[in-house]
Design a protein. Structure first.
Length: 559
C-alpha cells in the first residue's frame, strides 16, 4: 500500500478513535467533565434566552412594520379617494389622467411603488372605465384570491397579507400586500393593492441575530476559560492528594502534601499530612512489633529445642520400659511420648514459619517426578488411613515428566493435604490426582467428607485455625500444616487452591510450574470436581494405573 493510500485510512481510524478517547477522558478527568457540563448548561441557557429574544424582536419588528404599512396605506387610499371625489371627469381621457394622478398620489403618500388596480367584477361594463394596472412584483399570484375576496366583500375595510415578493436576483423578499377599495366616478369600484418590501427589516433582524450568536460564542468561551481556571485551582490539590496517596500506598511513608494558605484546601493538606504522620507511626510500631514477634518465636523455638531434646531422651527411655510400670504409670508414659512427638512437630513447624517470616527460606530443587512423590506420600500415610477407615487412590493420567522442585517441601505439602483429608474424610475414599500440561504440573487431593462453608474456606490457610474447634483432633496436627503448605507452594512460584461445599467434600489443588522460568501457568486439573455430589469415586480397583507404576500396592483397603 502506498503512502497516498495509507493516509486516508489512517485519518479514518483517527476519527473513529475520537469518541472512545472522549469517553475515556470523560470518565477519568473531573476537570474535563466540569468544564464540559458548565459549557453545555451555559450554552443551553444562552440558546433558550437567545431564541426568546430573537422571536420577541422579530415579532415586535414585524408588528411595528405592519402598523406603519397599514397607516401609510390607509393615508394613501384616503388621499387618492379625495382626489377622485373632487373630479368631474366624464370621458375616457379625463378618467385616465385622473387615475394616473391618483396613482402618483398613492405612491407618494404610501412610499410604495408596487401598486395594483383591478376593477371589481360584477359591475356594469363602462367603456370609459380605466384599464386594470399591476406592477410586475405583484404578479404571478402574489395577490391571492382569498385577499381579493375579502376586499370585494368588505369594501369599507382594509386587509393585509404576508407575501414573498420577487426581487432582481430571481429570489424573494418578505413583504406585505395591503388591499382596500376605491370609488372612481363614472367608472365604478376598483380594488387597490399596495406591496411593501420588508427586506430591510429582515436584514436588521439577521444582523441582530449574527451579533447575538457571536456574543454568545464569546460568552461561552469566556465562561469556559473562567470555569477552567476555577476548576484547575480546585483540581490541582486533589491531584496532588491522589498522587501522594498512591505514593503512600506504594510504601513511600515519608511523602507529604505541600501546605500553603489558610483556606479549605490548606486544611485538607494539613489533615492529610497529619493522617500520614499517624499512619507512618502506626506502621512503624506494627513493623517493630512484627519483628519482635518473629524474633520471639524464633528465639523461643530455638531455646526450646535443648530442653525438648532432654525431655525426648528421658521420655524415650521411659517409653522403652513402659511394660515394667504399673498400668496408670504406663499409660502416663505413653501420653508423655505422644505429646512429646506432637510438641516436637509443633516446634519444627514454628521454626519453619519463622524462616518464612524472616525471608530466609532457600529451595533445594532437583528434577522430581510428582507421581512417584505422591505414591511415596500415600505409602507413608497407609497405616493412618487404615486406622481411620479411608481408602487412598492414585489417579495419574499424566504428570510423569519431571519438574524442578524441592522434593522435601513438596512431599510435605502432599502429606499435609493427605493428613487433612484423612482427618475430615469421614472414612470415605480419598483420591489423589496428578496431571500436567506444557507449562505446569498439578496435584489434587479430594475427600468426600463434611466439607466447609465459604467463610471457612476463606480462612482455611490461617495459622492455628480450625473449621470446627469442638471436633476432636484424631491425628494430632499442629494447626500450621496448611499455612506452611501455602508458603511452600508460593516459594515454588505455584498456587495452592481449595474448593469445598458442606456435605460434598473438599478439594485441595497444588499447581507448580514445570520450570522456574515458565510463563503463564494454567493448572491441568480442574479445581471444582465434576461429581461434587458423589459419595465417593467409582470402585475400579487401581485407579489411574499407569505403565511402570505399581499403584495397586499403594491402595489402602478397609481391613
Amino acid at each position: 500500500m502506498s503512502a497516498a493510500d495509507a493516509s486516508p485510512l489512517f485519518a479514518a481510524r483517527s476519527w473513529r478513535e475520537v469518541p472512545r478517547r472522549l469517553a475515556v477522558l470523560w470518565r477519568r478527568s473531573l476537570q474535563f467533565r466540569t468544564v464540559l457540563i458548565t459549557l453545555g448548561l451555559s450554552g443551553l441557557a444562552i440558546l433558550v434566552i437567545g431564541l426568546y429574544i430573537s422571536f420577541s424582536v422579530a415579532s415586535n419588528l414585524f408588528q411595528a412594520q405592519r402598523e406603519t404599512v397599514l397607516e401609510a396605506s390607509n393615508n394613501a387610499t384616503a388621499a387618492a379617494q379625495s382626489i377622485l371625489d373632487s373630479s368631474d371627469a366624464a370621458d375616457r381621457a379625463s378618467l385616465q389622467l385622473l387615475m394616473a394622478s391618483a396613482i402618483r398620489t398613492i405612491s407618494s403618500v404610501s412610499g410604495s411603488n408596487d401598486i395594483a388596480l383591478f376593477r371589481e367584477p360584477g359591475q356594469d361594463s363602462v367603456l370609459i372605465a380605466p384599464p386594470d394596472r399591476q406592477s410586475p412584483r405583484l404578479g404571478g399570484g402574489v395577490i391571492t384570491p382569498e385577499l381579493r375576496e375579502q376586499v370585494q366583500e368588505h369594501p369599507d375595510r382594509q386587509y393585509w397579507q404576508s407575501v414573498a415578493l420577487p426581487n432582481a436576483d430571481a429570489g424573494t423578499d418578505p413583504g406585505i400586500v395591503v388591499g382596500s377599495d376605491l370609488e372612481v366616478p363614472a367608472a365604478g369600484r376598483y380594488e387597490l393593492y399596495l406591496g411593501y418590501d420588508l427586506s430591510e427589516a429582515e436584514q436588521t433582524l439577521a444582523f441582530m441575530q449574527v451579533t447575538g450568536i457571536v456574543g454568545a460564542a464569546a460568552l461561552l468561551a469566556l465562561l469556559s476559560a473562567i470555569t477552567l481556571v476555577v476548576v484547575r485551582g480546585v483540581i490541582e490539590p486533589i491531584r496532588a492528594t491522589a498522587a501522594t496517596s498512591r505514593r503512600l500506598a506504594a510504601g513511600d511513608l515519608g511523602v507529604r502534601m505541600p501546605e500553603s494558605g489558610e483556606d479549605e484546601l490548606a486544611t485538607l493538606a494539613a489533615s492529610f499530612n497529619g493522617m500520614a504522620d499517624s499512619l507512618q507511626a502506626r506502621i512503624r510500631e506494627l513493623a517493630e512489633l512484627s519483628v519482635m514477634q518473629q524474633r520471639f518465636v524464633s528465639d523461643v523455638s530455638h531455646e526450646l529445642r535443648t530442653p525438648l531434646t532432654t525431655i525426648r531422651l528421658a521420655g524415650d527411655v521411659l517409653y522403652g520400659q513402659r511394660d515394667d510400670f504399673p498400668g496408670p504409670t504406663s499409660r502416663t508414659v505413653e501420653l508423655l511420648h505422644t505429646q512429646t512427638d506432637r510438641f516436637e512437630r509443633l516446634l519444627a513447624d514454628l521454626l519453619e514459619i519463622s524462616r518464612y517470616d524472616a525471608g530466609s527460606v532457600k529451595l533445594t530443587t532437583e528434577p522430581t517426578n510428582l507421581v512417584h512423590l505422591a505414591g511415596d506420600a500415600i505409602e507413608s500415610m497407609h497405616e493412618l488411613a487404615r486406622e481411620q477407615g479411608c481408602e487412598l487412590r492414585l489417579d495419574a493420567p499424566g504428570g510423569h515428566l519431571d519438574a524442578e522442585v524441592d522434593p522435601r517441601r513438596i512431599g510435605r505439602i502432599v502429606r499435609n493435604l493427605l493428613g487433612n483429608a484423612i482427618e475430615h474424610g469421614e472414612g470415605r475414599p480419598i483420591v489423589v490426582a496428578v496431571d500436567s500440561n506444557e507449562t505446569a504440573i498439578a496435584l489434587s487431593v479430594r475427600d468426600y467428607g463434611m466439607g466447609m462453608s465459604e467463610e471457612e474456606t476463606a480462612r482455611v490457610f490461617d495459622r492455628f485455625w480450625r473449621a470446627d474447634p469442638s471436633r476432636t483432633r484424631t491425628i494430632g496436627g499442629t494447626g500450621l500444616g496448611l499455612a506452611i503448605s501455602l508458603e511452600d507452594a508460593v516459594a515454588h512460584g505455584g498456587m495452592l487452591d481449595v474448593w469445598s461445599e458442606p456435605g460434598k467434600g473438599t478439594v485441595f489443588r497444588l499447581t507448580l510450574p514445570r520450570t522456574p522460568d515458565a510463563a503463564a501457568v494454567v493448572s491441568p486439573l480442574p479445581l471444582e470436581p465434576v461429581d461434587p455430589g458423589a459419595e465417593g469415586p467409582p470402585s475400579t480397583g487401581a485407579v489411574g494405573a499407569t505403565p511402570g507404576l505399581d499403584t495397586g500396592a499403594r491402595e489402602v483397603h478397609d481391613a
